[in-house]
Design a protein around this ligand. Sequence first.
Ligand code: FPP
Length: 253
Amino acid sequence: MKSNPTQDVKLNPETLPFHVAIIMDGNGRWAKKRLMNRVKGHEKGTQTVRCIVTACAELGIGMLTLYAFSTENWARPKHEVKALMMLLKKFIVSERDEFSKNNIHLNIIGQKHRLPEDVQKEIDTTLTLTKNNDKMILNLALSYGSREEITTAVKNIARKIELKELKFREINQDLISDHLYTRKMPDPDLIIRTSGEYRLSNFLMWQAAYSEIYISDTLWPDFSEKEFIGILKNFQERDRRFGKVPCNKSNDG
Ligand code: FPP
């Protein structure tokens, strides 16, 4: 019988990250290495998305955020953008049953209104169908960029002040967080980036203030459930201090 890595591994459920965010990078290089069109890399990358979403639900991860399309990705060649939108639409439709089976609630962060209308329509159907699911939240970051997110938040806060719905002295970090796409969501505990690049690339820059970061050399299409579990183990061994000192090392008693 084929062994299932999510069943074999001993992860401590008490110290699992609640919110895992992933920068899925390396689809193009994966295809190039095989003398294939970049789109083939995105196709294989979509299979990895399926595998990791299911693994997260099985492992008990509360929230998974996937950087699927950035505000900068609109500047890619037209045919690549079109192919990515098509893959996204297919994924949103084909995974509906799986989301229901695994009790996954789909959510979108980013400029949903910029996506093609047919994609938005399928997204809306899946959002409605999964809205009461409560085992795991799957955030797809689509036409997402932190700078756009923060700029929009600043504009919305400024407008509320102009309309006297808000006072200047009421601006604080919680208020800013409440105006981001991720409002009411906990910050990511762990951010994984594949393909060996050491950048955040405009992803969750406000929310990443105290996230643990893991860079994997694996190209996203080759990323596996087994490697993911190894990364979770690595996370569980880290000492998160949030800028403070551990209790037993404090000098002030
Ligand atoms: C980065 O690889 C990846 C993307 C820009 C898109 C990610 C998309 C997918 C994984 C597939 C579709 C998504 C879903 C949710 C169905 P790259 O193209 O920048 O790779 P490179 O750096 O090697 O060129």
